[in-house]
Ligand binder design. Structure first.
Ligand SMILES: *Cc1c(COP(=O)(O)O)cnc(C)c1O
Length: 374
């Protein structure tokens, strides 16, 4: 049986060339390896709109949660307040990461499925001068909603505070230009979402002045981005602190080549937007109810409310759909039960059309006739 196509928001479906790059043994400190990873950092900084001499790219072993925690620890001093707007699962997770790291999250609760209003961020900052940092999820993967980070950044800047952006699910597709954002300490993301590489590496693109000013904050050697920076200063930009996920880095290099060949961020956003459009319209056309209205639907993932028919069963649906060649999440990440189909990864609108057809066949096979959620 050939492997099903992954339609999940990470780890995503990858190109065979990306996978193939993993099949080798590599010494990270080898003199042939170092210049390649130094170059890779510059490419990543450029995608973030980072400025040489102002911003640096800091890779960290591990997953998205690790790099989000590293940014919170590195840029929020222990025991101090960080404002976290929360309108979905990843906002909730950020709050937990901050609290367990001994920071004081001030949670700005926004109903799920609604964007974070920048005016409420401004109000919260005006009311509490002790909040030094705002940390926000750009693309809320749980709900597919993209938060208005440009507007939020503007109010953070006007209030003289600092910003951290969790761009894990959108980086590489949804633009965020660090050059235009002096209030932003770091934008963080991972290798295995819109950059279409293997899991194993988190990245922060961060301000040098803030890394220097915040040295000593982290309270964790492993999660200290200032130390990652210092390591590069001491040992060179091709050197990576501790044992890196070196095969994942080799795959990442190939994934960046494919990213460039495709036309970079604008091309990727266009492809994912088209993928999401085909999914949203196709699944709505099957009689299913979308979780988000078309105008709120982001390009990363499409959530549909689970049908009210007694014949519906998520686990069975996922298993039967997998037999037709498509693997989706077997869990829901929204308050109301949904199923979700990702639009990201090495997948194209043609794949989305086939996925919609396969979902239609699967619903028919299960006998799910009542599809519209009340
Ligand atoms: C996926 C994701 C994370 C966490 O990534 P892991 O690799 O699963 O730890 C964090 N934030 C957002 C917005 C994400 O989509």
């Amino acid at each position: 049986m050939t492997a099903p196509l992954l339609l999940i928001p990470g780890p995503v479906q990858t190109d065979p060339r990306v996978k193939a790059a993993m099949a080798q043994d590599i010494a990270p400190w080898d003199n042939d390896t170092r210049p390649r990873y130094a170059a890779l950092r510059e490419r990543v900084r450029a995608i973030a709109g980072g400025i040489a001499g102002t911003h640096v790219c800091l890779p960290l072993q591990g997953c998205g949660h690790f790099i989000v925690e590293a940014a919170l620890r590195s840029f929020v001093a222990p025991g101090t307040k960080v404002l976290i707007p929360s309108n979905g699962n990843y906002g909730v997770r950020m709050v937990r990461l901050a609290r367990e790291a001994g920071r004081v999250p001030v949670v700005l609760e926004i109903p799920e499925g609604e964007a974070v209003p920048a005016a409420l961020v401004a109000k919260a900052l005006a009311e509490d001068p002790a909040i030094g940092v705002v940390s926000v999820v750009h693309s809320e993967t749980a709900t597919a909603l993209v938060n208005p980070v440009e507007e939020i950044a503007a109010v953070v800047r006007a209030a003289g505070r600092r910003l951290i952006v969790d761009a894990v699910s959108g980086f590489g597709a949804i633009p965020f230009d660090l050059a235009a954002h002096p209030e932003t300490d770091a934008v963080v993301f991972s290798s295995n979402k819109c950059l279409e590489a293997m899991p194993g590496i988190g990245f922060a693109v961060a301000r040098i002045d803030r890394l220097e000013a915040c040295a000593g904050n982290a309270g964790s050697w492993s999660f200290d981005l200032s130390d990652v920076y210092r390591h590069a200063l001491s040992y060179g930009w091709g050197s990576i602190r501790f044992t890196p996920s070196i095969q994942a880095l080799a795959a990442f290099e190939v994934a960046l080549d494919l990213f460039d060949q495709e036309g970079g961020q604008p091309a990727r956003l266009a492809r994912y937007s088209e993928n999401a459009r085909v999914l949203w319209e196709g699944l709505t056309g099957l009689g299913l109810t979308p979780w988000l209205a078309r105008e709120r639907q982001g390009p990363i993932i499409v959530n549909m409310l689970q049908p009210p028919d007694p014949a519906w069963d998520l686990q069975r649906f996922v298993a039967l759909l997998k037999r037709r060649g498509f693997l989706i999440s077997n869990f829901s990440t929204t308050a109301l039960p949904t199923f979700r189909v990702a639009a990201i990864g090495r997948v194209y609108p043609e794949d989305m059309k086939r996925a919609v057809a396969a979902i239609g066949e699967t619903l028919a096979e299960m006998g799910v006739r009542r599809r519209e959620a009340a």
